[in-house]
Design a protein. Structure first.
Length: 322
């Protein structure tokens, strides 16, 4: 791995300082290294992403850690005995940071669907879940930015701290590292974004959305899971902090009314008209999670401002200098 100073120079020379397109490494670079780990973030920086996309959770003793799931995932976690954990859990919020460090997350469990999806991920045995502070330190001498997701759900309130505490702890780490100017806060749970806008208005907010069967944080009922639902059929969502599709007529208008700076939809939920509408409202559009070359090309052709990808190496080749 190259020294961080050299990595910073390569990022600046790549053109990302002068071009608006935002190439974000999803969970670092999940397609090449264990997700949300320091090796994954170092690999993403080496490739030349503009932004590290990452997920946060809070331990029992209040440490902000970088992990996607609110509970330990048996597809990636091995216990102190070196064996794969048998089932999901325990919740990260029930573990102290030092207890969490007993788990190895440096390899995908063989035979799982997750492992089949990412055959090129290189294991790094002995890797632990890092603190947000560790990621900041890794990238301090680079130009890379941080898109920090608060991983909580209104449907599972017992698994994490509430929105107020969650945001307070994440923002405190951002301030401590003096990374306010290099950070955005994103979430599917818009309650946290409302708290962030109130308490730290200088940090832009990114409104994540999905209208798919695997996740729909916009509406339920008969319209749930549809990218273009009949507005009248869309039921109130607990995810959107009181901003409802019925009241605003479109997702970009919901995001604008909520005070967001960036709309981040699932890439199969958008088309050119939606991108134009978002831009007319003054929103940037950063889509997730786009891995195939043809999809990357299509998103760029739609005029999106950036994309989140598990394979920033592929995206760099498709997009050229961004």
């Amino acid at each position: 791995m190259r020294p961080l100073a050299a990595l910073a120079a390569s990022i600046l020379l790549s053109g990302c300082a002068t071009h608006p397109f935002d190439l974000q490494g999803h969970r670092g670079t999940r397609g090449l290294a264990p997700e949300n780990t320091l090796p994954a973030f170092a690999r993403a920086i080496e490739i030349g992403v503009t932004t590290l996309e990452l997920d946060t959770n809070i331990t029992r003793d209040g440490v902000v850690v970088v992990a996607h799931d609110s509970v330990l995932n048996p597809d990636i976690a091995r216990g102190p005995d070196g064996e794969w954990i048998a089932k999901p859990g325990p919740p990260i919020h029930e573990l102290r940071f030092l207890e969490l460090q007993r788990y190895d997350v440096g390899r995908l469990r063989p035979g799982t669907n997750y492992a089949k999806r990412y055959p090129e991920q290189v294991p790094v045995d002995g890797t632990r879940i890092p603190r947000l502070a560790d990621v900041f330190e890794l990238a301090r001498d680079t130009a890379v930015r941080f898109n920090i997701e608060t991983k909580l759900s209104p449907l599972a309130p017992a698994e994490t701290p509430g929105p107020e505490e969650f945001v307070r702890r994440v923002v405190a780490e951002i301030r401590k590292a003096r990374m306010e100017s290099r950070s955005t806060l994103e979430s599917f749970d818009w309650r946290t974004l409302q708290v962030a806008q109130r308490d730290e208005p200088d940090i832009p907010t990114v409104y994540l959305t999905a209208q798919q069967r695997f996740l729909d944080n916009i509406c339920g009922g008969p319209a749930g899971g549809k990218p273009d639902p009949v507005v009248a059929d869309c039921q109130p969502s607990p995810w959107t902090a009181g901003f409802q599709l019925r009241d605003h007529g479109s997702v970009p208008r919901m995001v604008k009314a909520a005070g967001g700076a960036v709309w981040s939809p699932y890439y199969l939920d958008i088309d050119a008209a939606k991108v134009r509408e978002a831009h007319a409202l003054g929103l940037k559009v950063v889509v997730w999670t786009v891995n195939e070359p043809a999809d990357i090309e299509r998103m760029r052709a739609l005029g999106v401002d950036g994309l989140i990808t598990d394979r920033p190496d592929i995206a760099k080749k498709v997009l050229g200098a961004v």
